[in-house]
Design a protein around this ligand. Structure first.
Ligand SMILES: [Zn+2]
Length: 296
């Protein structure tokens, strides 16, 4: 099975080599042990450095443009992770995540409900495919994500990427929405109005992040060992530390801009708490310094 290609993933071997010699997780761990991915030992990242410059809004870019960029970028990253569980398992001839292995969309004991408060009726793989189709349509819908909005000269920002060595990552200015006029957050104003974004834009971003979060949560709870732990044992593939890098970036952006609620993140809270405690999620994001308060 192919791993994440360097262009798709957080391409660093840092951490992978040292961990490749660690004993594999004990699948029969006592019930009182936290899940592997909730342990400090497995909270390491494939990429070292500060994630804040990748998440904070540069001073010369509007908030809505930046949120659109982050939504598209995080969708690209989660897609590269999803590709790993959609790979065909050579042993079974089926994708790793399939309707037999994952008949329900769950994250451990968490089961998501549909609009009628019933567990979603499709398997995890079907759910993830539907979400991917929905996200793809959303981020390519010029009405929902008008990335060629007035005043926007480019939708590609020199923010570096998570594969960019820290020394080459342009330093972004600090978050600027704290300085936004109050009128922008009140009345009939909304985030991105002046740049041509629809009134629903911020909520659309939150919905995108909520759905991407569910994909990450399912992957951690159901596929951490296969494929991600197994990939880490190969010197040519990226594994769980890269999964962590994608997810910590995702969590940093979500926290910084209030894109997920505490209830949304419950299935992964222990890992998020570990990352806040060890600084992987930067304090400015952990403290939600830029958290957006939408108009009531
Ligand atoms: Zn699955």
């Amino acid at each position: 099975m192919a791993g994440l290609s360097p262009s798709q993933s957080f391409g660093s071997s840092t951490g992978l080599q040292s961990d490749s010699t660690a004993p594999p997780p004990d699948a029969q761990a006592p019930a009182e042990q936290p899940k592997y991915f909730f342990r400090e030992k497995y909270a390491k990242l494939g990429v070292k450095g500060n994630f804040m410059p990748l998440a904070a809004q540069p001073i010369n870019i509007g908030l809505a443009d930046w949120l659109a960029h982050q939504t598209v970028e995080n969708y690209r990253l989660v897609s590269s992770i999803v590709a790993c569980i959609q790979e065909t398992d050579q042993g079974t001839g089926k994708p790793i995540c399939n309707p037999e292995s994952c008949p329900k969309m769950t994250a451990g004991s968490y089961i998501w409900l549909d609009n009628n408060r019933r567990p979603v009726a499709v398997s995890a793989s079907q759910y993830i495919s539907l979400v991917q189709r929905w996200l793809n349509a959303k981020v390519h819908d010029p009405k929902a994500f008008p990335t060629d909005a007035p005043g926007t000269t480019s939708t590609t920002y020199a923010s570096g990427s998570v594969t960019t060595p820290a020394s080459e990552t342009p330093i972004a200015a600090g978050p600027t929405n704290l300085n936004a006029p109050l009128s922008q957050l009140a009345g009939k104003d909304w985030i991105g109005r002046d740049a041509g974004f629809p009134e629903s834009f911020y909520n659309d971003c939150r919905t995108c992040f909520r759905q991407m979060f569910r994909i990450y949560a399912h992957i951690y709870h159901s596929h951490w060992i296969d494929p991600f732990w197994n990939l880490s044992s190969s010197s040519t593939s990226q594994g769980w530390t890269d999964l962590n890098s994608c997810f910590v970036h995702f969590c940093t952006v979500a926290k910084l801009y209030g894109l997920l609620t505490e209830k949304d993140v419950e299935p992964m809270q222990p890992l998020i708490d570990l990352w806040i405690a060890n600084g992987s999620i930067p304090p400015a994001a952990a403290n939600e310094e830029s958290k957006i308060k939408p108009p009531q």
